[in-house]
Design a protein around this ligand. Structure first.
Ligand code: TXA
Ligand code: MG
Length: 507
């Protein structure tokens, strides 16, 4: 197939836009720019067009597509009901980098939604995209326009590299502005749930919706936990060379990457380094690329996928990257980077200028120390490999010692675990020392702890420490089923924690 290349970097070309519309209306495929990444568009209401998209990308067809619209009113035609939350979100963030999941009606073919009864919808904030959607009938299914398993495309050249000859047209609108895919928010859940983090972050969504949660399935490494967005389970965004992220205090990160690079190079390896404008000059070996500046985080998200592609082209043997926990988009950026790294993360610490090998003691902290923290203690204690760490649980508000909550105990027993003679115990100022790691179960508990104590050190929330994305929900007052759910959430997080603690010992 001859792929038409339509240059619209200087503005929309009416004739070519008409042509794009004709291609889409007759079931063909057109790649186009959006504000997030380039999309591969086909008529969303045409089952055959969706099948072509899967074929061109080499993508599993159980992975549903996002339907792109250009007018809010288009929404009503494809869903069973437009809830008030959807109107509020659209008012706040559309057109923009946010995708909503709603219940679909019969006009959307099963091949577009991978057989699901729900549909993902987004109105992109890009003039070329909006015009093309209108010209193509108003409903354009579009995954990122890359070959499945490669980093998403952020320039038309990336699209060409992957799909030239396999699709009808590529519209070039210049490099994208955001660089990571849209935030996906599921409105079919009782509490709206983020299925994929993006530019529109949790705080912004909470500002509109009130309560919002992160899909607990985004926790990695646990075969019992599946992310709700089918696409999040695949090994995405993988560069050809193994990628390792190094995180910790900046000077220690640079030092660690320098020594890893020296080691690898002296063994004859070709090393790629992902640095920033601030740090690039600190590396004297390896192929160093700056991803952007830490003072403007969008420059980092914008170049993330491109830099991974660059290293593919350079044929490096390994890639080392700094971590980018930027304030607004850190979650979205690190979600993609960690996936690209297949979860290879090395942590370095600042204690006395040397890596801390391991802690002697770990204390899980919850508010009352009767439910979540003793459960976490029981779960982690099952990992015999950690037997040289003393594992305890304590509480922030413990007026008198109490046994573990009976429902929490019942759930533990059903999982073959017990809490022999556990009594709640108050956290004490003397608990903070160099060799003790303190993990609160939730972020709110961490904030409270930091307020209540004079000299807290080594304090993290559990999800922060494991780089998870969800929070464990306190089941207090709920049914046994809620306690079971809490156990599964904790189990997923603690599983990851165990892996990290073991890695730290080995580093
Ligand atoms: O920014 C974006 O959203 C880009 C641009 C092109 O708009 N598109 C994009 O599409 O990232 P794609 O196909 O690469 O990712 C779609 C994600 C997948 O993880 C998929 O599993 C999820 O959305 N998804 C789609 N429909 C869903 C549904 N009904 N329920 C749950 N997840 C869904
Ligand atoms: Mg994709």
């Amino acid at each position: 197939m001859n792929t038409i290349y339509a240059d619209m970097t200087e503005g929309i070309d009416r004739k070519l836009m008409q042509k794009a519309g004709d291609i889409l209306l007759s079931g063909g495929l057109v790649a186009f720019p959006t504000e997030t990444v380039y999309g591969l568009g086909g008529n969303a209401l045409d089952a055959e067009a969706s099948r072509k998209i899967y074929a061109a990308k080499g993508r599993p067809s159980d992975n549903p597509l996002i339907v792109h619209i250009a007018e809010f009113d288009a929404l009503e035609q494809i869903v069973t009901k437009v809830p008030q939350e959807a109107r509020d979100l659209a008012d706040a963030f559309w057109p923009g980098p946010m995708t909503m999941i709603l219940n679909k009606n019969d006009s959307v073919p099963a091949s577009t939604t991978g057989g699901l009864g729900t549909v993902a919808i987004r109105m992109p904030d890009n003039e070329i995209a909006a015009e093309m959607i209108r010209a193509g009938g108003g409903y354009i299914a579009a995954p990122s326009a890359n070959t499945s398993g490669r980093p998403s495309p952020t320039t038309a050249q990336h699209v060409k590299d992957d799909l030239d000859g396999k699709i009808d047209m590529i519209i070039d609108g210049g490099p994208v502005g955001i660089g990571v895919e849209s935030t996906i928010i599921d409105l079919t859940e009782k509490i709206p749930m983020i299925l994929r983090p993006g530019y529109i972050n949790m705080e912004m969504l909470r500002g509109v919706l009130g309560e919002v949660r992160m899909d607990p399935g985004l926790h990695f490494n646990d075969p019992n936990f599946h992310p709700k967005a089918p696409g999040m389970k695949y090994r995405h965004y993988a560069p050809k060379a193994p990628l390792t992220i190094v995180e910790g205090p900046q000077d220690r990160v640079v030092e660690k990457i320098r020594s890893l690079t020296a080691q690898k190079e002296s063994a004859g390896g070709k090393v790629g380094i992902i640095a920033t404008d601030e740090s690039a000059a600190a590396y004297d070996r390896g192929i160093v690329k700056s991803i952007g500046t830490r003072t403007e985080e969008i420059t980092i998200s914008m170049h993330l996928y491109g830099i991974l592609r660059d290293f593919d082209d350079l044929g490096v043997d390994v890639i080392y990257s700094e971590a980018f926990d930027t304030p607004r988009m850190g979650q979205a950026i690190m979600n993609r980077l960690i996936k690209a790294a297949g979860h290879q993360v090395i942590r370095v610490f600042s204690a006395g200028g040397m890596d801390v090998k391991h802690y002697d003691k770990l204390i899980f902290v919850s508010e009352s120390d009767t439910i979540t923290s003793p459960m976490a203690e029981a779960i982690l204690s099952r990992h015999f490999l950690l037997e040289d760490i003393l594992i305890l649980s304590k509480g922030l508000v413990v007026l008198f010692p109490e046994p573990i909550n009976p429902k929490a105990e019942a759930v533990l027993v059903s999982q073959g675990l017990t809490m022999k003679d556990h009594m709640s115990d108050p956290l004490d100022e003397a608990d903070f020392d160099d060799r003790t790691l303190i993990l609160t179960i939730t972020n709110a508990e961490k904030e409270r702890l930091l307020q209540d104590f004079a000299n807290p050190i080594n304090v993290f929330s559990l999800s922060e420490y494991i780089r998870g994305e969800g929070e464990v929900h306190d089941p207090y007052g709920g049914s046994l089923g809620d306690y079971g759910q809490c156990f599964r959430e904790l189990d997923a997080q603690v599983e990851r924690l165990a892996g990290i603690l073991q890695r730290e010992e080995l580093n």
